[in-house]
Design a protein around this ligand. Sequence first.
Ligand code: SF4
Ligand code: F3S
Ligand code: FES
Length: 249
Amino acid sequence: MGTKRQFRIWRGDENGGDLQDYTVEVNEGEVVLDIIHRLQATDAPDLACRWNCKAGKCGSCSMEINGMPRLGCMTRMSTFDENATVTVTPLRTFPIIRDLVTDVSFNYEKALETPAFDPPEDLAPGEYRMQQVDVERSQEFRKCIECFLCQNTCHVIRDHEENKHAFAGPRYFIRAAELDMHPLDSRTDRKEYAQAEQGLGFCNITKCCTEVCPEHIKITDNGIIPMKERVVDRKYDPLVWLGSKILRR
Ligand code: SF4
Ligand code: F3S
Ligand code: FES
């Protein structure tokens, strides 16, 4: 037999909504998504929530729990004080569809804008050869489950709708870094692209994105900072600058 716990869940749609109180049974070992499912089976059958794998791998169940961006299926109820109310709200950075479901298409638009892997023209698939060390360098970024918690938490767009058109966000900075580290992606200058088109300059390295990443990808240290350093190297290194001027003539 479980214990009764207090929940506050945001209910509403694009026209508005508010927090509603629920008392729900919680059993040992349960996660927040279990509680949402119990509510759907009892007091709130129309409560909308996106989820799929319940194993921290599909990236669907992103929500804010007590104000922190987290995966509902990976947040154990034992994390919270038994007597405290647990508040669950939708991701703040994206438009509300209903209850805990937001419209994350901003991220898909940014993905579409990112130039795809661009290998040399004379290499056919199957002829790609690269060293193990190069495979390993970008492997970390490929763990991304596209939960968009990093996108949701970054202050550049979290409270600034007006920045969205010019800022791709941390998930796409690591995509750029991954391709930049790929020895066969030789025809697109990812550093220039990140600076000129993805809004890398807006990032002031607050590292909030890294803190919320459920895959523990070191977004800032291993992705963003190396991309920034190399952009800075090129822009402000007088020899590189002079070389580029002479070559351009
Ligand atoms: Fe989620 Fe991490 Fe990928 Fe961002 S980088 S979308 S936080 S898995
Ligand atoms: Fe945003 Fe991460 Fe940079 S939170 S400001 S992209 S370090
Ligand atoms: Fe797939 Fe939570 S349901 S990550």
